[in-house]
Ligand binder design. Structure first.
Ligand SMILES: [Fe+2]
Ligand SMILES: [Fe+2]
Length: 303
């Protein structure tokens, strides 16, 4: 792990989220303090940022200077995030409505606003840097989706989509809510988004490339830690409340983790476990994702 990355997650604003993955103590004990829903809301008010303030002029020069092959390889990560943000922004409504308490719903409303900002962040980056020519956001999303793999569709459209559809029809189905939060906050945000962000920012910092992107993506990562912190406190409460919720978390992870590991690997990557991309191997990425998940599960009461 490089020093630049270490110092980011050790920064006071990242530590303020109390995401268990950022706390070494979570390797040893489940008794780690998490923020309440009200505290998470207050933190959201303090951690605002603007996509329109980011300066992408250096990024534009960098992008134009990358070899064709490297631009193509970078498209998998960018597309997975861009489409992922758009999908989670739209899937969160039914989850928010199904959350049983007012404090939970208010926090989830702030998260919907964050996910919308993350979509605009990618839209601005694509547009200003010239990643692709498109006529509006929908066309941009459609064009970039060509870079994704089938596991991505399975996880977002089939697995998460099935739960949010259920919650739209039956907001009182608390087991479906626990399953949806496990998929959304633990697997998609906790395992996938934060792992991808860690390695993408690490690589760009090492290479000294895309400074505007790295700055904005750092803000996105801080938001994601706050979102995962919500998932952790929610699932801890549920796991303590009833054994059947614990089982719901476990069976959702069993179903989703292998698919999520497939999402971490680009469609054009060789099957070989030690395949290297941007200076790290696929197995290294998976190990990082697994370690973060283990810390969170321990704190939830499942590790
Ligand atoms: Fe996001
Ligand atoms: Fe998020």
């Amino acid at each position: 792990m490089n020093m630049g990355t270490q110092s980011r997650t050790e920064r006071a604003d990242f530590q303020a989220t109390a995401d268990p993955a950022l706390n070494e103590a979570a390797d040893r004990t489940a008794d780690v303090k998490l923020l309440s829903y009200e505290e998470l809301y207050a933190l959201w008010e303090r951690q605002q940022w603007q996509t329109q303030e980011l300066d992408f002029s250096r990024d534009r020069e960098d992008w134009a200077g990358f070899p064709e092959e490297e631009r193509f390889q970078r498209m998998y990560g960018l597309s997975a995030f861009f489409i992922g943000e758009q999908k989670v922004a739209e899937e969160l409504g039914p989850i928010m409505r199904a959350a049983p308490s007012e404090d939970q719903r208010i926090f989830l409303c702030t998260q919907i606003a964050d996910e919308a900002r993350h979509v605009r962040f990618f839209e601005r980056f694509y547009g200003e840097v010239g990643v692709l020519e498109a006529d509006g956001l929908s066309q941009m999303l459609e064009q970039t989706s060509e870079h994704l793999n089938p596991e991505f569709g399975r996880l977002f459209d089939e697995m998460l989509g099935r739960r949010t559809e259920r919650l739209s029809a039956e907001p009182g189905d608390s087991e479906a809510l626990v399953e949806a939060v496990t998929l959304y906050h633990m697997v998609i945000e906790g395992m996938l988004a934060l792992t991808g962000q860690h390695f993408i920012m690490d690589f760009n910092e090492r290479e000294g490339t895309l400074p505007g992107f790295v700055e904005g993506f750092g803000n996105v990562a801080r938001d994601e830690h706050r979102h995962v912190a919500f998932g952790s406190v929610f699932l801890r409460e549920k796991a303590r409340e009833d054994e059947r919720y614990k089982r719901a978390i476990e069976r959702t992870l069993e179903e989703a983790v292998p698919v999520a590991e497939g999402v971490l690997s680009p469609p054009w990557a060789p099957e070989d476990e030690d395949y290297e991309l941007f200076g790290f191997s696929i197995s290294e990425t998976r190990a990082f994702a697994a370690k973060c998940l283990m810390r969170r599960l321990k704190v939830i009461g499942l590790g």
